[in-house]
Design a protein around this ligand. Structure first.
Ligand SMILES: Cc1cc2nc3c(=O)[nH]c(=O)nc-3n(C[C@H](O)[C@H](O)[C@H](O)COP(=O)(O)O)c2cc1C
Length: 200
């Protein structure tokens, strides 16, 4: 079955980002795909040590094996579509999410294991123009460097991904536009992942 994994880059559980990523995944599920949410708030994520052990000419695997990253990477590898959501911190994704992104270098060096997976991005900031789009762009950069296929938030808006304006979960629940965009993104990622699976 086609699978879409949603990654929540927030430092806290039950915040605005988790709420919106869950809504995106619900919409994806309505398209008939399997979904799974991975929240980073409760995960141990060490920084990349730049040891290059993950290079094919060395060990070919990451030297850090006692944190939660190997398991998260397994889930990403299994997915057909990946939705990455982050709060906006100073116009960019959280350091927690970036730490994970850096560790996924092992998937790239190990043979572009995320190639051709569908990617969609979601960003939530406390202000209307607080850096949601720059945060989406940073997430897209990670996806592109993995050779993933980046999609927009789909119909009817089809822009750069889903954006929310919220300081926390309660605001997010009232942010009708953010909710709609999150749902459109989930639908779009699922739709594209199904399409690619059919063509493969
Ligand atoms: C350190 C820090 C930096 C932030 N920087 C921004 C920012 O640049 N722009 C913005 O709109 N909101 C900013 N915010 C607000 C968060 O993006 C907002 O509260 C978001 O909903 C948090 O997501 P969460 O509920 O999933 O934790 C910042 C919050 C923190 C704690």
């Amino acid at each position: 079955m086609v699978k879409v994994v949603g990654v929540v880059g927030s430092h806290r559980r039950n915040g605005a980002t988790e709420f919106l990523v869950r809504e995106a995944l619900k919409a994806a599920e309505e398209e008939g795909v399997e979904v799974e949410m991975v929240t980073l708030a409760d995960k141990k994520i060490e920084f990349c040590k730049v040891c290059f052990d993950c290079s094919p000419e060395k060990e070919g695997v990451c030297s850090i094996r006692d944190d939660d990253v190997p398991e998260i990477c397994r889930k990403l590898e299994e997915a057909d579509g990946i939705i990455v959501g982050s709060p906006v911190y100073f116009g960019l994704p959280t350091g927690r999410l970036k730490a994970l992104m850096d560790r996924t270098v092992a998937l790239r060096r190990g043979g572009f294991k995320l190639r051709n997976k569908v990617g969609g991005a979601l960003a939530v900031g406390g202000h209307r123009n607080g850096g949601q789009e720059t945060t989406l762009t940073a997430i897209h950069a990670w996806m592109l460097v993995h050779d993933m296929l980046v999609v927009s938030d789909g119909k009817p808006t089809s822009h750069f991904g889903a954006t929310g304006v919220a300081r926390g979960r309660e605001d997010a629940e009232k942010d009708g536009t953010g909710l709609q965009l999150a749902r459109s993104l989930g639908k779009r990622v699922a739709e594209a992942a199904k399409q690619l699976r059919r063509k493969a």
